[in-house]
Write a protein of this length. Structure first.
Length: 251
């Protein structure tokens, strides 16, 4: 009995540093992704199969890569996203029913696709759709996968008719034929309904409304963004993008 109690106490002591690091990382993740990443990586250094730390580290790496859009930043961006994809895939493999791990993978693949040629974008697009749909099937109340699927529909619909034909018939992207403007709008509206204070949801929804010539609905989203507080480090960039759209509409 004494041996058992001692074993429990030792296990609890060993687990506490991990739990503390995870809690610190979660607290820092929104506004300080680099600081959060150091906590998650410290956990992974002890246990590379820690799912919670793995998918969160993937999201933090993605957040660090996202603003690196200058040509000179491309190697750094690619390196961060490659590591993020590795961690997200491992988390999905270890916990296939963890909706947030599925979302993390889709998020990373989506940002990776933005700088790739058509052939690679099509290959990634097929997987992004599948991952987003799996995440929604696992947890339909999670806002991120709805945004991911709405953005997927939007990106496909932005392709020219020729690009869509080539993607569907020559590059293996037959699933791209399922994309539509109405589904892009529906999924982004769901994301907004699930998290009404998320600036990024409203910004992409406004872009879809503008693409569908619904200026009034777009203006509602853009003006709402101006009243929302920053919740993540990227919100200042998203807010700036919203104001630029407003300025274009005013002109």
């Amino acid at each position: 009995m004494i041996t058992y109690v001692l074993g429990v106490l030792v296990a609890a002591f060993q687990a506490s540093p991990r739990d503390s690091l995870l809690a610190e990382g979660i607290r820092l993740a929104a506004m300080e992704p680099a600081a959060a990443l150091t906590r998650f990586e410290a956990i992974l250094a002890r246990d590379s199969n820690d799912v919670a730390a793995g998918w969160r580290a993937a999201v933090a790496l993605n957040d660090l890569a996202e603003p690196l859009d200058a040509r000179n930043d491309r190697p750094r961006r690619d390196s961060l996203l490659a590591r993020a994809q590795e961690l997200a895939r491992r988390s999905v493999r270890l916990a296939p029913r963890e909706a947030r791990a599925q979302f993390a993978l889709g998020l990373v693949l989506g940002n990776t696709a933005l700088t790739r040629g058509l052939k690679q974008r099509v290959r990634l697009s097929v997987e992004i759709q599948e991952v987003a749909q799996r995440a929604i099937a696992l947890d339909s109340a999670l806002d991120g996968p709805h945004h991911l699927l709405g953005r997927w529909n939007h990106e496909v619909m932005k392709l020219s008719g020729l690009e869509r034909f080539v993607a569907r018939n020559l590059l293996g992207g037959r699933g791209l034929g399922q994309a539509s403007w109405s589904e892009a709008q529906r999924q982004l509206e769901l994301a907004v309904a699930l998290d009404t204070a998320r600036i990024y949801h409203r910004l992409d929804l406004a872009r879809i409304y503008l693409a569908r010539k619904d200026t009034t609905a777009a203006l509602t989203q853009l003006h709402t963004i101006d009243r929302l507080p920053d919740r993540v480090a990227a919100d200042s960039r998203y807010r700036r993008a919203a104001r630029e759209l407003l300025a274009q509409l005013d002109r």
